[in-house]
Design a binder for this molecule. Structure first.
Ligand code: NCD
Length: 335
């Protein structure tokens, strides 16, 4: 696999195999000896992160993941200090990154950018690995992988029900939340059954995403009431309101979108109505939809998701670059 944009191309077995490899990576790299060994796996490989949108955990976990594998790692935001400020086209910009890098990890406001890159690199004769790290309001496959891995690990370690046996509630900004859309694609592949879509008018999941999910056999139930699902769902997934996709309001501070008030809040009172073994998840960053008071409840697992993001991205990079690993290093690494 040299390219990752969306998860519908994966099979259920590939998810299972991948989650097992994340588990191995997590265990191996939790020891100093494992960390030293992993450093030599891909130390001749060059990776570039090309991010034109803000990021904290995706950027940092990918940077650390590359470093864990010993890769030479560069960060490029295509901004004022680059030739795009002189008017260079985006195509010439990414071709230039492709000239120097073996792996390109991309976050962009343009949901089609990585698809365009793949096409262009093919025509240009570049055989590069490209990873989608957030594309417009549509794609965020590595977030979905870490979300699903966190649930897989829970069912594996704590013997809770399997992902496909759980009922999901996707809550809030379903219109622009790319993590939601990628998670929904992952749920289709693992064979989840029931998914509640909880959104107020104007924030509903777009029709094309709904049709895609329905065609895959998911049972989608739409509601605008959190109360309707609070005692029924096993997993509550609630991203922040994606204010940056709305037009900038007149009272916004310069260059920053006005932060929208969340349509739903997971308060301590709402937690008290949820099942005792439910999970509350978020891709983070969290704003007012997840008040700090709930952080210490064992059902709030978003900080675990964040930590797993590192192991998932190491396993993914390792998997995508397997053929580049020097032969005698594969056994040492163990995954
Ligand atoms: C998400 C994103 O960028 O889409 N964050 C992340 O990658 N962890 C969600 C968000 O920004 O709300």
């Amino acid at each position: 696999m040299f390219f990752l944009n969306s998860l519908e191309a994966w099979t259920k077995q590939e998810f299972e195999d991948f989650f097992r490899s994340v588990w191995v990576v997590k265990n191996n790299l939790s020891t100093p000896q494992g960390r030293v060994l992993s450093q030599s796996a891909l130390s001749h490989v060059h990776a570039t992160l090309f991010f034109d949108q803000p990021s904290t955990r995706t950027k940092m976990s990918f940077m650390h993941a590359c470093e864990f594998l010993g890769m030479h790692t560069y960060y490029f935001d295509g901004g004022a200090s680059s030739s795009s400020a002189k008017g260079e086209s985006i195509q010439d910009t990414y071709r230039t990154l492709g000239a120097y890098s073996d792996v390109i990890i991309v976050r962009s406001s343009d949901k089609n950018l990585v698809l365009d890159m793949r096409q262009d690199f093919k025509a240009w004769g570049y055989n590069k690995r490209i990873i989608q790290a957030g594309g417009g309001s549509e794609f965020h496959p590595t977030q979905a992988l870490l979300d699903l891995y966190t649930l897989w690990e829970k069912s594996f370690l704590e013997k809770s029900s399997k992902i496909e046996e759980k009922t999901f509630a996707l809550i809030g900004d379903l219109k622009f939340g790319r993590a939601i859309k990628s998670l929904l694609r992952g749920l289709q592949v693992v064979g989840a059954k029931k998914v509640y879509l909880v959104a107020k008018k104007g924030s509903e999941l777009p029709a094309e995403n709904k049709i895609e999910a329905l065609n895959s056999g998911l049972d989608l139930v739409e509601t605008s009431s959190f109360e309707d699902v609070i005692e029924k769902a096993d997993v509550f997934y609630i991203p922040r309101m994606q204010s940056e996709y709305e037009s900038v309001s007149s009272d916004a501070r310069q260059g920053q979108p006005k932060i929208k008030t969340p349509d739903f809040v997971v308060s301590p009172e709402s937690l008290s109505q949820m099942k005792p073994d439910a999970y509350v998840m978020s891709p983070l960053p969290r704003l007012q939809e997840l008040p700090e008071e709930i952080d210490t409840d064992q059902r709030a697992i978003y900080w675990e998701q964040e930590k797993n993001g590192l192991w998932v991205r190491i396993a993914l990079l390792h998997h995508m670059c397997k053929d580049l690993i020097l032969k005698n290093k594969i056994e040492e690494f163990g995954a």
